[in-house]
Ligand binder design. Structure first.
Ligand SMILES: Cc1cc2nc3c(=O)[nH]c(=O)nc-3n(C[C@H](O)[C@H](O)[C@H](O)COP(=O)(O)O)c2cc1C
Length: 221
């Protein structure tokens, strides 16, 4: 598979088959992704892989936190700025509308929309969960480098015939997950990722999000 094919075919998969992933395949993906670059070659990332009981432990911990404190947010960095402005606001809105249309959930059905959002917290049924962890003392630069590692993981998974969904949704529970994973105080979970085999019959997996034209994101001087 060419890199450009992997970039164009990777999508956020939000429904997975009930089919296990061999540990060797997971290791192969991470072994490729570790060649992602980072400033100073710090490689400021760690990835925690959860399957089976360990996966369930994280799911249960977050579920019980959700039940006791549904509005809690343990994330030191809110996912989006408080009030998104254009063009970002519209891009986010359009993607959401496209997704809920495929799911057949109308705008006013807040309950069904919330239920779909909550599916984040079982990895959308994926048998493998990844948590990307960084040391709290790192600068914003290193967070960017961690993102490169995450993209490398998702592209290597694509090449291996597996599907992914990056999941910042989990960061609301970064402390709870950190405890479940036994992270030291000095580290924090940035993002989760669901990994598994895509369910080709699920309508939500038909979503093909759009991108701004090259002219809107590039300036040639
Ligand atoms: C860092 C990151 C975090 C994301 N977090 C979530 C998430 O928590 N839940 C979700 O359903 N999608 C999440 N997404 C998926 C984005 O909505 C998606 O990448 C975007 O709409 C583009 O669609 P595509 O990935 O299908 O190309 C995340 C994507 C990235 C890059």
């Amino acid at each position: 598979m060419q890199v450009s094919d992997a970039l164009r075919s990777r999508i956020s998969t939000r429904a997975f088959l009930d089919r296990q992933v061999d540990e060797a395949a997971i290791r192969g993906i991470l072994d490729t992704a570790r060649w992602a670059p980072s400033g100073g070659n710090l490689q400021p990332w760690k990835v925690h892989v959860v399957t089976g009981d360990a996966r369930q432990r994280v799911i249960d911990a977050v579920k019980s936190k959700l039940e006791s404190d549904p509005f809690g947010d343990e994330n030191a960095f809110p996912v989006y700025p408080e009030k998104l402005w254009e063009p970002y606001r519209s891009r986010r809105f359009e993607m959401g509308e496209q997704m809920y249309a495929l799911l057949g959930i109308p705008r006013e059905d807040k309950g069904a929309r919330l239920e779909h959002l909550l599916r984040n917290f079982d990895f959308f049924g994926a048998p493998v969960g990844l948590f990307f962890v960084i040391e709290k003392a790192m600068n914003p630069n290193q967070w960017a480098h961690l993102g490169m590692f995450m993209l490398a993981v998702s592209l290597a998974a694509e090449e291996a015939g597996l599907a992914t969904c990056m999941q910042e949704a989990w960061t609301r529970f970064s402390g709870t997950i950190g405890t479940a994973l036994g992270l030291p105080e000095t580290e924090q979970v940035y993002c989760g990722m669901a990994l598994g085999y895509a369910d080709p019959a699920a309508p939500v997996n038909q979503l093909r999000s759009q991108r701004a034209d090259l002219s809107a994101i590039s300036v040639f001087h």
